[in-house]
Design a protein around this ligand. Structure first.
Ligand SMILES: C[S@@+](CC[C@H](N)C(=O)[O-])C[C@H]1O[C@@H](n2cnc3c(N)ncnc32)[C@H](O)[C@@H]1O
Length: 251
């Protein structure tokens, strides 16, 4: 017999669509640079792990909403970083920390011509979502699905990404230095950057730049003074979200 909760969910979904969140209408109108593949059960499971707030089902409405939402987030970040991105050397070495299902690698590759760059991603498979805001560092914070990340990259013909499995490669052992290192809604946002700061500084060396999403009420921690940094206000992607981008370096 169907549960009452399940029935309520289906009614809400019929009225509101796959998410209670309302996309910023300006961003939602922009080109869909990132393309979502069709959503077989494995990808549905991976999206639910990364975005548990989103009532994701294996149907076209969910796929379409996800694609729109992923592009909206990318456009907001791209608009903030356009200046920095346009001044980066080419070809260059790039590292994305916690790419999830690869929206930004796809978006930036297509918008910034990263086809000839050396792209790296640092991610690990996870079974549970354990998000905090500005929380401590812990071993099982990962909720990625590397096989699905690869599926999404392949679907977008982004084939030049080396994926490092964080379960077997410690962050400090990644090849370095990187010209550009970034992480959106990962370390810096869910898990305070303070706990990863040494590795990040080592990975960008003296000349690289690092960018992280941070919460709107982000407070500088003392060691941040070791490096030049600035904060950029981000436009809203969905109704009640407002974050900042923290830009570190060069030193
Ligand atoms: C909220 S998702 C963000 C995904 C993607 N950056 C985006 O904005 O769509 C957080 C991601 O950080 C990853 N993650 C968790 N702990 C991490 C760590 N210690 N280092 C790097 N990534 C981590 C998770 O596996 C997950 O893919």
């Amino acid at each position: 017999m169907a549960s009452v909760g399940g029935a309520v969910r289906r009614i809400k979904r019929a009225i509101c669509g796959p998410s209670q969140l309302k996309l910023n209408s300006g961003l939602a109108k922009l080109e869909r640079v990132f393309r979502s593949p069709p959503v077989p059960p494995e990808l549905v499971k991976a999206i639910r792990l990364i975005a548990p707030h989103f009532d994701f089902q294996p149907d076209e409405a969910s796929r379409d909403f996800w694609e729109a939402e992923q592009n909206g987030a990318c456009w907001a970040e791209y608009e903030c970083l356009r200046d920095i991105l346009s001044k980066l050397p080419k070809p260059m070495r790039v590292l994305e920390i916690g790419p999830g299902l690869g929206r930004s690698l796809v978006f930036f590759s297509k918008k910034c011509g990263w086809q000839d760059c050396e792209l790296h991603a640092y991610e690990a498979d996870g079974k549970k979502t354990k998000y905090t805001i500005n929380g401590p560092r812990f071993e099982d914070s990962f909720c990625g699905t590397i096989s699905e990340l690869r599926r999404v990259l392949d679907h977008n013909a982004v084939t030049n990404v080396t994926i490092h499995d964080a379960k077997s490669v410690p962050m400090k052992d990644l090849p370095r230095p990187f010209d550009f290192l970034y992480g959106f809604y990962t370390i810096g946002f869910h898990w305070s950057l303070e706990h990863f700061f040494d590795e990040v500084l080592t990975l960008i060396g003296k000349t690289g730049i690092a960018v992280f999403t941070v919460p709107n009420d982000f407070k500088a921690f003392p060691r941040l003074q070791e490096i030049s940094y600035r904060l950029i206000e981000m436009g809203r992607t969905v109704d009640d979200h407002r974050e900042k981008l923290l830009v570190l370096g060069p030193r």
